[in-house]
Each structure stands twice: as structure tokens, then as C-alpha cells.
Design a protein around this ligand. Structure first.
Ligand code: SAM
Ligand code: ZN
Length: 432
């Protein structure tokens, strides 16, 4: 269905936010927004021209981070794949900032329609100016609209008039969970939900009661907390989807240390799963470094092989969360093919997109459990020098274990090898 929005159908109520939103500031609290009528007068913004993937845009006083470009690349690749396979693409960019994502969805992914929403109506001049690079169109041909509602309100409104989206992008500060239900309702079945969380405290296990409230997961400190952050976010969506009679699968998951930022792209399917083997608990033993997954029906059987007794104070448990693969390998392979087609690979800056997507494909092996082993931590626990990742990888493969790099941290391996065997193999490698 093409655009059915008209200024009448939309309520352009608006909200005041802090004037200057710089990345170091605390998140704006939507509860602080004061509603007042939408202002038609043009808004003065300080002009600063930026370029991302050859697209020019301005950021004015809006919240904008260059470091998020990789997250935007991944979003645009996915949106384009969706358009190619479904023939149409309607996007809700629920927290659009200066509108760069909306612009990229229109220009690069050839979106038929983008609703660029940001609660802060001070951003209006910048967003509209940026999107004006694409002809707006009218009636059924209208390609974009700019609104200033709280994201929840935007999604509820669209849902109430059965105006559904193929892709909803929620690039929020802090945790996302408050948006999940409204996002599922406003999304087409088979549609894509792109979530962002910047809640590093919760994923690090420093606020277990916060993560419990937000994601239904009690998270304890573990050395692979950044992967836990992704799994906690997916798990929160799994839970919320089940409530509505849906289920979700992650197409990719991306951690970036700027922020930190946790991003996941989920596909939403009809029907809830009666037995979800991918939703459960992760344990970590601070004594020996061993980690394993625990299903709901194994909750009474928790223990670590290094301990004689079943109950050990060195054992911590986090969850429930997503236990399955972080990415869908065939899907990420398609993203990589498209990135190559667009000349987005081998740019030699930061973590190259080709390398990132290649590691994601490795990480998707369903035999790999949650978590990773940081080589230096393993070496200091075993009182040995650390073998190279390359040597260790081939030794693990030779013994029949699954192994991959981690896109989250360079000096670590993901494997299904128990820690005691891992250390034995590492010692052998250092002696050979
Ligand atoms: C991280 S920035 C968005 C950056 C943008 N997506 C990009 O890629 O450059 C978050 C934006 O969300 C807006 N915002 C915060 N809370 C909101 C809410 N509840 N509903 C809608 N917008 C909100 C802020 O005004 C801010 O512009
Ligand atoms: Zn142990």
C-alpha cells in the first residue's frame, strides 16, 4: 500500500527538547516534553554540511554521530534487500535526528515512502531541508513526510488506521523496550524492526534490576557482556513478540564500542513458538572461566564441571535471553554481496564492512554457544602465554570444535570447546 498519510490524518503535535543535544549529554526524557502546537514558521539552524556515502546533508543542532555510519550502512543494505525481494518499502524512522537515515533509505534503498519522525520539532528545519534532496511527491506518490511525535504515539496512530510499515527503525538513547509493543503492532508481518540500545550498564551486569524491568532478564557481570547486551535486547523482543502472538528472528546483531551501541535487526513472523529452545540462560564460572547455556527445564541442574558441588559461588547466571545465533548467515551473505555490488568494501578505514560482515557470517554457526573467550584472560588464568588466534583456531578445528572470531572484540574466539579443553589445547600449542 502506498502512502495514505495526509496532514489531516496525522497529528503534528510537537515537543520541546533540550536545545543542544550533544552526544555527551544525558538522554532526553520524553516525559519532560511539553506539548504545544506545531509551528509552521521556518526554524533557524546552524548549518554544517556533512557527507556520508556521497550523500550531502546537514546536522544543525540535532543529535548526530559519525560513528553510527556503520549502523546506518547495515540498515540501508537490509532495507534495499527487502525492497528487492518484496517490491515495495515503507519505512518509519521513529527517531530520525537530522533525518540522515530517512534520506539514505530514500536515496540508497529506494524506499517508496519514509515517515521521518523526531519528537523534537526544533529539528524540523534540518530534517525537511535534508529530505528535500528527494522530490516529496503528492497524494499516492508522496515519498516522505516529517512528523514530531513521541515514537510510541507515531506508531500507535499508524496502527490505529491500519497503516503498517515494512521497516521500523528506532534509534533511541538508553533502552528500547518501551517501544517494542507499539512497534510490533505498526509493523507488517514479515517486516523488519531495527532496534538500538545504548544501555551498557545493564548489559555489563551492573544494573540487574534495571535489565529485569526493561528486558525481563537478570544480567550479571560476565567477560562477554557486550554480546550479552545484544542477546538481552533480542530476548526482550522475543518475549514481547510472544505476548502478541508473533515470533522474531535476528537477521544481524551489531555491537559498536562508541556509546556503547547495541543494534539488532529482527524479522517479525506470525505465530508464537510453543517451545523456544533459543530463549534461556547463560552461566559463567569466575573460577575456571567456563560458560554454558541452561534451558528452562535444566534450571535445577546448574553447576560447573570445575566444582565438586553442584552449587558454587563462582557460578553466575544471566537470563533469560536469546541463545541462538546472533545473525542469519544466508541473510548476512546477501548483505555482503550487495555491499560488494555497491563498492562499499575494502575501504581500509576502521573495521572494514567486508571484514565485519564476514565475521558475522562466521559467528552465525548454530553450534556456537553464547559468549567468547578473551585470549589474554584465558592465558592469565592458565598462567601461560597466549597462542595466536590463527594457531588456536586451527587447533580447535582439528579437534572437531566449532570456532569463529567475534565482531565485538578482536582478541577473542567463540567456540563450543569447554574451557578445560581450551586451556589444554592452548598449552599444547605453546609447547609445539
Ligand atoms: C540517537 S538520536 C537519532 C539519530 C539518528 N537516527 C541518526 O542516525 O543520526 C535520537 C533522536 O530521538 C529523538 N527522541 C528522543 N526521544 C524520543 C521519543 N520518545 N520519540 C521520538 N523521538 C525521540 C531525539 O530528539 C533525537 O533526535
Ligand atoms: Zn568452573
Amino acid at each position: 500500500m502506498l502512502l495514505t498519510l495526509s496532514p489531516k490524518a496525522l497529528s503534528f503535535s510537537s515537543f520541546t527538547l533540550h536545545k543542544s543535544q550533544n552526544p555527551r549529554r544525558k538522554s532526553p526524557n520524553p516525559g519532560q516534553f511539553q506539548s504545544f502546537r506545531w509551528r509552521c514558521s521556518p526554524i533557524f539552524v546552524k548549518s554544517e554540511v556533512q557527507i556520508e556515502r556521497d550523500i550531502e546533508f546537514e546536522t544543525g543542532e540535532t543529535f548526530f554521530r559519525h560513528e553510527s555510519a556503520r549502523g546506518r550502512d547495515l540498515a540501508v543494505l537490509s532495507a534495499s534487500l527487502y525492497k528487492r525481494s518484496n517490491g515495495s518499502l515503507r519505512v518509519l524512522d521513529a527517531m530520525c535526528g537530522c533525518g540522515i537515515r530517512s534520506l539514505r533509505y530514500l536515496v540508497e534503498a529506494d524506499a517508496d515512502f519514509v515517515m521521518a519522525n523526531d519528537a523534537n520539532d526544533d529539528n524540523r528545519g534540518v530534517i525537511t531541508g535534508n529530505l528535500s534532496r528527494v522530490e516529496r511527491g503528492t497524494g499516492e506518490e508522496r515519498r516522505w513526510v516529517v512528523t514530531h511525535m513521541l515514537a510510541n504515539k507515531a506508531m500507535i496512530e499508524r496502527y490505529m488506521v491500519a497503516d503498517f510499515f515494512d521497516l521500523i527503525d528506532i534509534d533511541s538513547f538508553g533502552s528500547e523496550s518501551a517501544f517494542l509493543r507499539d512497534a510490533f503492532n505498526a509493523l507488517k508481518l514479515g517486516g523488519l524492526l531495527y532496534l538500538t540500545s545504548t544501555d551498557g550498564y545493564s548489559s555489563g551486569g551492573h544494573r540487574p534490576y534495571n535489565s529485569l524491568a526493561a528486558y525481563g532478564a537478570f544480567i550479571r557481570p560476565m567477560p562477554f557482556g557486550n554480546e550479552i547486551g545484544l542477546r538481552m535486547l533480542i530476548g526482550g523482543a522475543v518475549r514481547e513478540a510472544a505476548l502478541l502472538g508473533y515470533h522474531v528472528t535476528p537477521l544481524f546483531s551489531y555491537y559498536s564500542y562508541h556509546g556503547p551501541v547495541f543494534r539488532v535487526l529482527l524479522r517479525v513472523h506470525r505465530g508464537k513458538l510453543h517451545e523456544d529452545r533459543n530463549y534461556g540462560f547463560v552461566t559463567f564460572c569466575h573460577l575456571c572461566g567456563h560458560s554454558r547455556t541452561v534451558r528452562w527445564d535444566e534450571l535445577g541442574l546448574m553447576g560447573c564441571p570445575c566444582s565438586d558441588t553442584k552449587a558454587s559461588s563462582s557460578l553466575v547466571v544471566s537470563g533469560p535471553m536469546w541463545l541462538g545465533p546472533l545473525h542469519d548467515a544466508p541473510y548476512v551473505t546477501e548483505m555482503l554481496e550487495l555491499a560488494k555490488e555497491w563498492g562499499w568494501v575494502s575501504e581500509g578505514s576502521g573495521l572494514d564492512l567486508e571484514k565485519l560482515l564476514s565475521i558475522m557470517i562466521e559467528e552465525s554457526d548454530p553450534r556456537l554457544p553464547p559468549g567468547y573467550t578473551i585470549m589474554d584472560q584465558m592465558a592469565s588464568r592458565a598462567k601461560i602465554n597466549s597462542p595466536s588466534l590463527k594457531k588456536m583456531t586451527s587447533a580447535l578445528v582439528k579437534e572437531g570444535y566449532a570456532v569463529s572470531r567475534s565482531h565485538i572484540i578482536s582478541n577473542a574466539l567463540k567456540t563450543n570447546c569447554p574451557m578445560s579443553n581450551f586451556i589444554r589445547i592452548a598449552k599444547n600449542e605453546m609447547q609445539s
